[in-house]
Design a protein around this ligand. Structure first.
Ligand SMILES: Cc1ncc(COP(=O)(O)O)c(C=O)c1O
Length: 491
């Protein structure tokens, strides 16, 4: 990996250094591979700087603390920081520590997160970075029925942090219908699956703890772990989800506090855990007393109608995270955490601290959405199946060298870019008027693989087709520059 320029990085507040635990978590398996320890550490930190995870102006942890967090000699960190300084990636200023180069401007210190790249603004290009389903006729009909008549403004029961009781009951019935008997007391209504993930991590993970996750995964999960001071460790996955042998090996070696999985039409790989593997993974984790946080946000988007039952069916200690957002409409922002009633009770004040409770209008809308669930799922799945077929056909016709598995559900297609350099290709594609996310953005630990891109098929169909046309045009000129270079070098 090259130690490249720092030209396009965002600036951040430099007042307080990133904690050694957070940086350790972002570095992941930095010490795997050949070469001296200080060289590997240098390369791993350089990669975080080059991919924008560590930003201009950000201060690195003091050497002594970093050495303690990484369990290496202080001299290893000193040499590594010096190499980064020689490469022009950091400044070392007497008395104020080590800082990623570039001018800093105070932005209220928003920590760099992996999700950042997905939300960054960009001009008028076709934006295929976010997997954001549109509003549906059936959702709009359900929301139209919302009335405030049932709300008793005199009791303040509506300000309950765990959610309206009528909604908790409906969600409990929804889960019971999926094969997991549940009571309203086991449900905490949240602002989407994302908030449920953050709360579950807050409940189960202490700073320094390891959390096992799929080797590439939704950055909202790994960001939540890093924010908590935990360390996400990626486990190998194949088309059926995480590999049980790899999971067991990691549990034994790392003694994780929790396992976070999104096993259904996984974001970003699209893999779907088979029924037999679901049982195996659920029982394996339970045998080691490690709770699984099962993210079901994409579970219902099954093109063949096969919605898997929750892992907690096999071992009740596992948690469920879910939402109506991907099926009905993300703007409703209603999700939930299902856990044992004591844990839900403990999380009520934590949730209240974040945002008190979910908007009542959205909670009432969620009750209506769950009433019409099957019709709404049918409309959503129909549209996504069609869009996925369109994307598969267009990619097959215009980018025949790219490899991918036809999605069985979900919102995205995970394509392997021949020859690697996926992140550079995404930059190149932006100049051709189309934005896509490189696979690196979903990597859990450095060094990140750079051979995939993620293509959501949630934009309107004409934009999807035009976007793929632009990708194909970008690929032609990208292939030309990358193949021309080695030939010229040989000559
Ligand atoms: C796997 C996964 N989990 C959770 C979320 C967040 O879901 P919600 O919109 O319900 O907060 C997403 C969003 O894309 C996701 O892909």
């Amino acid at each position: 990996m090259s130690l490249g320029s720092s030209a396009n990085r965002t600036n951040v507040d430099q007042s307080s250094p990133r904690s050694a635990e957070q940086l350790t978590s972002l570095l992941g398996r930095w010490d795997d591979g050949p070469g001296s320890l200080h060289r590997r550490l240098t390369d791993a930190v350089a990669e975080l700087i080059e991919t924008g995870v560590l930003r201009s102006g950000e201060r690195l942890p003091p050497e002594r603390r970093m050495a303690a967090a990484l369990s290496v000699a202080r001299g290893t960190v000193v040499r590594s920081y010096s190499s980064l300084a020689e490469a022009g990636l950091v400044d070392r200023i007497q008395g104020s520590g080590t800082r990623v180069v570039g001018d800093s401007e105070p932005l209220g210190s928003p920590d760099a997160t992996r999700s950042n790249g997905l939300f960054a603004r960009h001009g008028a290009a076709i934006d295929l970075r976010m997997a954001m389903p549109s509003m549906l006729r059936a959702t709009s009909d359900a929301v139209d029925r919302v009335r405030f008549d049932g709300i008793d403004a005199t009791t303040l029961a509506d300000t309950e942090p765990a959610g309206l009781f009528a909604l908790r009951e409906r969600i409990a019935a929804h889960l019971s219908r999926q094969g997991l008997p549940t009571t309203a007391w086991q449900i905490l209504v949240t602002s989407g699956a994302q908030q449920a993930i953050v709360l579950a991590i807050a409940a189960l993970v202490d700073p320094g703890d390891v959390v096992l996750v799929e080797g590439v995964t939704w950055p909202g999960l790994t960001d939540a772990i890093a924010q908590r001071g935990g360390r996400a460790h990626g486990v190998d996955l194949d088309e059926e989800g995480v590999r049980p042998d790899a999971l067991e090996d990691a549990i034994r070696r790392l003694r994780p506090a929790a396992i976070g999985l999104n096993p259904h039409h996984q974001n970003p790989t699209g893999s779907r855990m088979s029924t037999s593997r679901r049982r195996e993974v659920a029982e394996l984790a339970a045998g080691y007393r490690v709770p699984i946080i099962e993210d079901r946000a994409l579970a219902h988007l099954a093109f063949d109608g096969q919605v898997a039952t929750p892992l907690a069916q096999h071992a009740p200690q596992h948690l469920v995270v879910d939402s109506i957002n991907k099926v009905a409409w993300p703007g409703l922002r209603i999700g939930w955490l299902r856990a044992d009633a004591d844990l839900i009770e403990r999380l009520r004040p934590v949730r209240a601290m974040i945002d008190l409770y979910s908007p009542i209008h959205s909670q009432l809308a969620a009750i209506e959405v769950l009433r019409d669930w099957d019709a709404i799922v049918a409309e959503r799945v129909d549209g996504l199946r069609r869009a996925s077929d369109l994307a598969v056909d267009a990619l097959g016709a215009s980018l025949p060298s790219w490899r991918f598995v036809r999605p069985r559900g979900g919102l995205v297609l995970w394509a392997e870019v021949p020859g690697g350099g996926a992140a550079a290709f995404c930059d190149h594609a932006a100049r051709h008027g189309v934005l896509i996310a490189p696979g690196k953005q979903f990597g859990v630990e450095a060094p990140f693989d750079d051979d995939h891109v993620r293509i959501p098929f949630t934009v309107p169909e004409p934009l999807l087709i035009e976007g793929i046309d632009r990708l194909a045009a970008a690929w032609q000129s990208f292939e030309r520059t990358t193949t021309a270079y080695p030939v010229a070098a040989v000559v």
